[in-house]
Design a protein around this ligand. Structure first.
Ligand code: PNS
Length: 179
C-alpha cells in the first residue's frame, strides 16, 4: 500500500490554529528607556511570540518625559524587533494583562536589592489574577543602571552616552539643557 503524501500546508494550518500565542508584557515607567531595559526587552522578545512593552501612566508622578515621548522612544529603539509592540496603560498591570490575554509579566532584576519588592509584587499579581512573573537577571554590564540615575547625571551635564540608546541621549540632552 502506498503512503499518501502528507499535506504539509493543511497540517501547518491546524498546528498554527491549536497552539495559543505566547504573549508577555514588560511593564515599567521607561522614563526614559535605557540600555538595561533594551537588553531585557530583546531577550524577552526571543522567548515569546509577542512582547508588549507597556508604559505605566502614573497618576502621582509626572516624569521627565511625557508618556507619548516615552512611547515614541521605545518604538524607535525596538523598531528592529518585529514581535515587540509598545503600549501604555493606567491602572493595575494585572488588569492590563486580563484585557489583552497576557499571562506572563517580565521583570529585569539588577541586584538582590530589587528582589524583595519585585517578589512582593509578583506574589501579589499572582494572587490577584493568577498572572505569573518571570524574572530575568540583567546583563551585569547594566546592573547599576537606572533611569533616575541617568536623568540626574544628564541633568548635571554628565556623560550617559553608553547607558542609553542614541535617540534617547539626544532627547535627554535637549530636555535637560534647559533646566
Ligand atoms: O519602571 P518601574 O517604575 O520600576 O515600573 C513599576 C511598575 C509600573 C511595573 C509597577 O509600579 C506597576 O506594575 N504599576 C502598575 C500598578 C499596579 O499594578 N500596582 C500593583 C502592583 S502589585
Amino acid at each position: 500500500m502506498s503512503e499518501q503524501p502528507r499535506d504539509e500546508s493543511s497540517h501547518d494550518e491546524t498546528h498554527r490554529r491549536t497552539i495559543p500565542v505566547r504573549r508577555a508584557v514588560c511593564p515599567g515607567s521607561f522614563d526614559p528607556v535605557t540600555n538595561g531595559h533594551l537588553d531585557i526587552i530583546g531577550r524577552a522578545a526571543n522567548l515569546y511570540d509577542e512582547l508588549v512593552v507597556a508604559v505605566f501612566v502614573n497618576r502621582s508622578k509626572s516624569g521627565l518625559f511625557t508618556v507619548d515621548e516615552r512611547i515614541a522612544m521605545l518604538e524607535e529603539v525596538t523598531a528592529d524587533l518585529p514581535n515587540v509592540r509598545v503600549d501604555s496603560f493606567r491602572g493595575l498591570t494585572v488588569d492590563y494583562c486580563k484585557a489583552h490575554d497576557i499571562h506572563v509579566i517580565i521583570k529585569g532584576l539588577r541586584a538582590v536589592s530589587d528582589f524583595d519588592y519585585e517578589l512582593q509584587m509578583a506574589q501579589m499579581n499572582r494572587g490577584l489574577a493568577g498572572v505569573d512573573t518571570l524574572f530575568m537577571p540583567t546583563n551585569p554590564e547594566y546592573s547599576f543602571l537606572a533611569s533616575s540615575l541617568v536623568k540626574d547625571i544628564a541633568g548635571w551635564g554628565g556623560d550617559v552616552s553608553n547607558l542609553v540608546p542614541q535617540t534617547v541621549l539626544k532627547r535627554l540632552i535637549e530636555r535637560t539643557r534647559g533646566s
